[in-house]
Design a protein around this ligand. Structure first.
Ligand code: F6R
Length: 259
């Protein structure tokens, strides 16, 4: 079972995950991080900034979950730009060691395979940060995605385009296609952190954690992974049937277990 940690605020969640990342990077300076974009991981990246001061991050490697297809990499909302702005620059990472899937149309046919090869060459992802869409997607694996899927092109559902319209001038400007790590790719990471904040994520979180394992709710794939930490605020936890048990289990967790 995933470990469910219910925290008062998104900032508390950010601190918890950031502490774990600092522990990892201190023990393994060339750790491989799986990076998410969107609003959810921002408290993690903010909390990391002061915590990484004095830690050698020059060898840290990273792979983003996804990218829009056909977007100019210089566009401020390309995930390449977002990762550079929110993660690489503030944390002082080496940009040459941080990759995003290549959404360029000219090479899109083999971009998925290339990305999988790069992740494999890095030895796989040590710690993967995940958000969840209101559709239940992780990465951009929309409902119906295969649990065995690897990095490939997907079509975003209208709900996701509407959710992401806040980053663009209008919903029509949100690209229709994306290239995303597959559910199989995500499940191969060694430790998954799934984060969610706010009422709007409550249904997706309840489905991912307590619902049936089904490709209709791709986030439920986490139930197949042996090391998952779900970190949610009270609002995102509000539809969890066993919330009291999760609180009790976390409060009484033996210190030696770690996360
Ligand atoms: C982002 C990603 C998506 C987002 C999800 C939630 O790289 O893969 O799965 O995590 O759409 O987005 P936010 O955090 O903006 O609510």
């Amino acid at each position: 079972m995933a470990e469910i940690v219910i925290v008062p605020t998104a900032a508390d969640a950010g601190a918890l995950v950031a502490d774990e990342i600092v522990r990892l990077v201190s023990a393994r300076p060339d750790a491989v991080l799986g990076l998410a974009t969107g609003s959810t991981p921002l408290p993690v990246y903010e909390a990391l900034r002061p915590r990484l001061a004095g830690v050698d991050v020059s060898r840290v490697r990273g792979f983003a979950l996804d990218e829009y297809v056909g977007i100019d990499p210089q566009h401020p909302e390309s995930y390449r730009s977002v990762i550079t702005r929110e993660v690489v620059e503030p944390l002082g990472l080496n940009p040459d060691l941080i990759q995003t899937p290549n959404g360029a149309l000219a090479t899109i046919e083999h971009a998925g395979e290339d990305y999988e090869a790069a992740i494999a060459a890095a030895g796989g992802v040590d710690l993967q940060i995940l958000g969840i869409g209101t559709s239940g997607h992780i990465g951009f694996n929309e409902p119906g995605s295969s649990f065995a899927s690897r990095t490939r092109v997907k079509t975003l559902i209208e709900q996701t385009r509407a959710d992401n319209a806040r980053f663009f001038d209008s919903v029509d400007d949100v690209p229709m296609h994306c290239i995303t790590q597959g559910l199989g790719t995500i499940l191969a990471a060694r430790h998954l952190f799934l984060l969610a904040f706010g009422e709007g994520k409550a249904r997706a979180i309840a489905g991912a954690v307590e619902g049936p394992v089904t490709s209709s709710l791709p986030g439920s794939a986490i139930q197949l992974h042996e090391h998952v930490t779900v970190v949610v605020d009270e609002a995102a936890a509000s539809q969890l049937r066993n919330a009291d048990y999760y609180r009790y289990a976390y409060a009484n967790k033996p210190a030696w277990q770690g996360l």
